[in-house]
Design a protein around this ligand. Sequence first.
Ligand code: CA
Length: 221
Amino acid sequence: MSKFAKMVASAPILVCLAVILGALPVAAAPVNIALNPSGFGLPSPLESDPGWGGGSYPWEIVDGLRTYPVWYHGLALAWNGTYSPGGTTTWDSQVTIDFAEAAWFDKVTLWHHSYFPISNPILQYWDGSTWQNIAYARNPAMEDAGGAGSLSDYYTFAPVFGGKVKWTLPAGSSFVPGAANHVWLYEFEVYQVESAVPEPATTLLLGLGLAAIGLAISWRR
Ligand SMILES: [Ca+2]
């Protein structure tokens, strides 16, 4: 076979390579392993404490919506019956997300309805047999998602591998004076460690490798 004929024969391989390159994502988006807008199955928020009234909708904390046009959404907890000038909680309140499968994760972002600053929440992961504490760095950035009012609360930590995550506000936690004495979540996000997600570069190298092997085989015929 002439070299020209070999090049023609290898054209399909080059076309495949072009398709692979064209299909590559520009960048992998962070994966929220708590997200489940279906309202059933896994991931599930149903091991959380029940809320009340307009804040008794646990599925809404994993529906992907950080805020709503009106206030009566999400999960309301830790109510001690007073609004101000701040105070303390009198019982443990917890929110648990059960994942579809165990995963590595290193970031939790909460979106709180109403003015929320509170001390000493506990973050834990389920290692398959027991709850393990997570040593986190917290940034209650209080970015406002708009709508009925929803403020951000970031937790970052060394990667952990678990099947569930739990956020607990222990009895005795204090509220900032002037804040409403309750906790009210609109969204609970848990982000998979980004290095656990296939990188575009890995996909690119794999595609190039396969194409090179195919090209070499066709030239040897
Ligand atoms: Ca939500």
